[in-house]
Design a protein around this ligand. Sequence first.
Ligand SMILES: Cc1cc2nc3c(=O)[nH]c(=O)nc-3n(C[C@H](O)[C@H](O)[C@H](O)COP(=O)(O)OP(=O)(O)OC[C@H]3O[C@@H](n4cnc5c(N)ncnc54)[C@H](O)[C@@H]3O)c2cc1C
Length: 440
Amino acid sequence: MSLPALRPSSSLANPLNILVIGAGVAGPALAYFLQSADPRHTITIIERSPSLRMAGQQIDLKAEGLPVLRKMGLMDNIKKSLVAETGLAMVDPNGKPIAHFGIVDAAKGTVGLTSEYEIMRGDLVQVLYDASLAQGVKAKELGQAGGLTYEFGKTVMDFKQDNDGVDVTFSDGQEKRYDLVVGADGQTSRTRRQAFGQEASDEAFKSLGIHTAYYSVPRLEGEGGLANLYTAPGRRCILTRMGDRPMTQVYLFNMNATSTERLKKMNKEPIEKQKEVWAETFKDAGWQADRFVSGLDTCDDFYTHEIAQVKMKEVYKGRVALLGDAGYCPSPFTGLGTTLSIVGAYLLAGELARHGNDVPRALQAYDKVARPLIDECQHLPTGLVGMFLPSSRLGVWIFRNSMWALSTFKINEMMHRVFPEDTSKAGWKVPDYPELNLLS
Ligand SMILES: Cc1cc2nc3c(=O)[nH]c(=O)nc-3n(C[C@H](O)[C@H](O)[C@H](O)COP(=O)(O)OP(=O)(O)OC[C@H]3O[C@@H](n4cnc5c(N)ncnc54)[C@H](O)[C@@H]3O)c2cc1C
């Protein structure tokens, strides 16, 4: 891995003692940028799980995320782990392709399933985690390191903040004071609830009324590199993705009112109980539903969540900042959640460095500079979501035929103009932070 050379800090500002909650995508990315800006920072990342969570299926890297990953010097590592997916086929109940869509231009952030930069979530988390640790080793070599520590199986029970810092009580009973606390703990962020209150947090969680389940099943001989999308009446949809991987990734999407209500109430119940609802909902969906329902019993990477956007008026309160899905989840339907979390980490570290580690001023600036990007990434074309999940047989027939027409007459390129989703078009450009000492 050839990372940018880490430089001793030339800043006169005091280094910070920072707590990051969540070692998903955003947390390790932030640690990387913080160390690069000032190797004297002391950074602790706590993760609720006993180890790094490698679960998750394919995620896209797009638009503004690409130049940021280049600046980090991580593109070569990312490219080694890309999934070779050749596009998307919509299939009928017999598996016959009805419509075909190719690879979209990742640099433009256009809506479409397959981007040039498809990567398994676990591979990306590993690349960012390794890179943050490698920065930590270099920082130590410089002899002025505060240090980076990951602590697994740990959460925050409570915190109280004043003008100068945040006092945190951890699940293991420890109590510590920090200059800055960052909640990078995903779309259902507990940090968000703790800092802003239950009501504000619930208010920010905008459900799209859809539940999704991700898991893998053994790949069948002959399954190619195309993703397959199958819609069934009753607001159900199945997506499979294989690329060049040995397993078939299964994504179940469910907008059926009765079972989504049941799933909503079940998020604290054992996974096995939730799987039962998924099996019941999809058992008569057609196509390869039998195979995927049986796969629910045997898979060991099942992950389910309610699809939502998180819309906070401000992404910080005092000395607590929200990062990634915790503060501004755009939902998987935008394909921009991972990109936004990496760019968000870059902006937060960049503003801290630019403001000489003055936390209150930096958080204000972080909110301001990230806001237009958040708004663009959260933009969902009207009707796009429900369109994939028709209710009736007639609705499914109309949807399939519309897709056939779009693909046959190559209207899908025109669709990008009809649904103006290009996140770069409003002119948001990744700001340059020379203070972060990254590659130019
Ligand atoms: C297991 C898993 C699988 C996923 N699979 C997919 C997928 O297949 N497709 C997709 O589009 N998106 C998936 N996502 C979401 C995707 O990773 C994010 O939308 C995006 O990358 C933004 O990353 P993030 O770091 O903000 O959040 P996340 O990647 O969700 O990371 C949040 C981290 O915080 C940890 N955490 C949560 N609560 C606490 C707490 N109280 N204390 C300490 N740590 C906590 C979580 O365990 C997790 O490691 C998945 C997320 C997870 C956690």
